[in-house]
Write a new protein. Structure first.
Length: 660
């Protein structure tokens, strides 16, 4: 039986909502019922607004157990619920709050037997799912096909589930490297799904697909939950995928009290499966929707918001809104054209030192970039100058596995007696593991020169690894440069040969982010242009990776500059933000320009700009050295399209860098 609640008059409410909220927030909190789309701009108090909305619903008679709050982290849900309890002064036990996966798990624990599972099913984490895919790979009949490893299959599988797309539709678009083995991939996925069912296992994606299946196939269960949840509230709606949006629509189908909160201008996660159409077409799915804009920004100066507004206005597909600052005027953002990435690193590091000398804490400074590879020269310059930093976009550049792999190839050319490097690189060959790697090392170590002896170890190589081993021997001959009398290759050429002779294929088959790793290696190649000696190059990089500068995990008391991709900086803010690498082909990325995703890249630029509270620096190198030629770079179109009055251009004097 459905329960109905009469809303009490606002005069009887404990909280003074009109006093606590601005007019935009107040309108959201006090809205009565029906579908709501709340477009919450950056820094406009979104969390506060949702919290007060929940508080008002409870104060006007809605039981906490009749509310569903869906967020993208359980921490966010807990924080909102904690704030609500503080506001209304009582426990709200019974309110359903958490991530889609968290709520899906609760529902499936109660009803999993209705969809063919036994009670007490286990949940596979990412590593478990990868291992199960690898087990399935070992069972396929076509052993000759180069099918991607479990980690890549996890990404392919997840995207098919979250986007509702088939393998033959998805792979040519997102994983074209594997278009020739689509049938084999489909077979492995079929095996994977069967094993999960037989072993009573669900992965993270199953928590959503099975939740939707339960709602669609069992009317009584759907009616129970749609009647129970009188109000459904969804945070960060612009980040939902198609599957999540369908679940939300099902859950709110009875009362239709669905409130989705998000910002179309901050929709930047399509690579994870987020569907921009969910928020953009929400009014089409709910023609009676009430729309609200939160535009009063409490974070940034008017000058920073003026730049952000003038950027995002170029997007055609959007809900137009303009952020308004409540803060006093400040300095205009700075546009800084620079000679190259080395001068860029030099400028940023020196500016940070100057700011710190003037009393600014390092914690208030962030350096943001489109892709992790763009931070390489900056990391080295910060280390050189003793500026502590924390990397939020991944490992330090020289701690990454693919960079260590490349260095291991180079090290054995310089020092053929480097056991660790030998074992690392031979294990990259498919079919060679720890045991065979140990036997190979023992054999070549007994000879006078391991580089000469490696070609005589064919008897130790498993049959399935022979093709890869032959390619490996060919690469070693090139790296030794035997045709030129054994003189080592120039560092950029050596790296290029490693990448092209098997390592690129290795990356694609083992890592879902292979393209990012290749970009890292190409950046390493450009950096190597500064060196003519392979030995000096390897030595310098080894010293860099061993030197201080980075803040270690647990070193919480040490203030430091933050280095992060823009994607990982969303939701955060700093006093000063440096955006680096603002060139067409880097930001926006070359891939996005090919695929027509320019508007999402502009949203990414907008997100980066609105992270800054007081000062914003837009840095743009004008030249890049490829190992075969120097390329002149165009400033990002996101800079070029801005009116000149939104920034101040800073010209940096020429400086010089020693070339080894």
């Amino acid at each position: 039986m459905k329960k109905y609640f009469l809303h009490r008059e606002s005069s009887s409410l404990k909280l003074d909502y009109q006093k606590e909220l601005n007019p935009e927030q107040y309108a959201v909190a006090m809205h009565q019922s029906g579908p709501m789309l709340v477009l919450a701009g950056a820094g406009t108090g979104k969390t506060r607004t949702v919290t007060y909305r929940v508080a008002r619903l409870i104060e006007t008679g809605i039981g906490p157990e009749n509310l569903l709050l869906l967020t993208f982290t359980n921490k966010a849900a807990r924080e909102m619920m904690r704030r609500v309890e503080g506001l209304i002064g009582r426990n709200i036990h019974g309110l359903w709050g958490g991530t889609f996966h968290h709520i899906g798990n609760i529902v499936l624990r109660r009803h999993c037997q209705r969809i063919g599972y036994k009670e007490g099913f286990s949940i596979l984490d990412r590593e478990d799912a990868k291992d199960l895919f690898d087990i399935c790979l070992a069972e396929i009949k076509n052993k000759e096909a180069i099918v991607p490893k479990g980690s890549v299959l996890c990404d392919i599988y997840s995207l098919t589930k979250n986007r509702g797309a088939g393998i033959h539709e998805l792979i040519p678009l997102r994983f074209p490297h594997f278009s020739h083995v689509m049938d084999e991939i489909e077979h492995v996925i079929t095996l994977y799904d069967a094993k999960k069912q037989n072993l009573n296992l669900m992965d993270f994606d199953d928590l959503l697909t099975n939740w939707k299946k339960l709602l669609l196939e069992h009317e009584n269960i759907r009616e129970y939950y749609t009647s129970k949840f009188m109000h459904v509230l969804v945070d960060e709606y612009q980040d939902t995928n198609r599957l999540q949006a369908e679940i939300v629509d099902l859950l709110s189908s009875a009362h239709r009290n669905l409130m989705v909160v998000g910002d179309d201008a901050q929709s930047i996660y399509s690579f994870r499966g987020a569907d921009f159409e969910n928020i953009l077409k929400f009014p089409e799915r709910y023609p009676d929707v009430s729309m609200f804009n939160l535009t009063i920004n409490y974070r940034s100066t008017p000058e920073i918001l003026h730049l952000a507004n003038q950027s995002i206005i170029h997007n055609v597909r959007q809900f137009h809104k303009e952020l308004l600052s409540v803060r006093q005027p400040g300095d205009r953002p700075s546009f800084v054209p620079l000679k190259d990435v080395f001068q860029q690193a030099d400028f940023v590091a020196q500016k940070i030192l100057d700011m710190h000398a003037d009393g600014m804490t390092l914690d208030g400074i962030a350096i943001l970039y489109r892709s992790h590879y763009q931070s390489m020269e900056l990391q080295m310059e910060l280390q050189r100058r003793g500026i502590p930093f924390e990397i939020r976009s991944g490992l330090k550049f020289f701690e990454q596995a693919h960079i260590k792999d490349i260095l291991s190839f180079l090290r054995i050319v310089i020092n053929p007696y480097d056991e660790l490097s030998w074992k690392r690189i031979v294990k990259l060959i498919p079919g060679i593991g720890n045991v065979t790697a140990g036997k190979i090392w023992d054999a070549i170590n007994q000879s006078g020169n391991p580089l000469d002896a490696i070609g005589e170890t064919g008897r130790l190589i498993p049959r399935k690894a022979l093709d890869g081993f032959t390619l490996f021997l060919d690469l070693l001959k090139i790296l030794r440069n035997e045709e030129q009398g054994g003189l080592p290759l120039q560092p950029p050429a050596a790296i290029d040969h490693i990448l092209k002779h098997g390592y690129e294929d290795y990356l694609y088959s083992h890592f879902p982010n292979a393209e990012d790793r290749i970009q890292d290696i190409e950046q390493m190649m450009r950096f190597a242009l500064r060196y003519t000696s392979l030995e000096t190059f390897v030595s310098e990089l080894s010293l860099q990776s061993a030197s201080g500068g980075g803040v270690e995990e647990g070193d919480a008391v040490r203030e430091c500059v933050i280095l992060s991709t823009v994607h990982q900086a969303k939701g955060l803010e700093w006093d000063t933000v440096f955006m680096i690498g603002l060139n067409d082909g880097s930001f926006p990325s070359a891939k996005s320009l090919k695929t027509g995703d320019e508007e999402e890249e502009r949203r990414l630029f907008y997100v980066a700009a609105t992270r800054a509270r007081n000062d914003l620096y837009l840095c743009c190198p004008i030249a890049s050295g490829g190992w075969q030629s120097i390329t002149f770079l165009r400033p990002s179109r996101f800079i070029r399209e801005l009116p000149g009055d939104v920034y101040e251009e800073i010209l940096v004097e020429e400086d010089f860098h020693d070339i080894q």
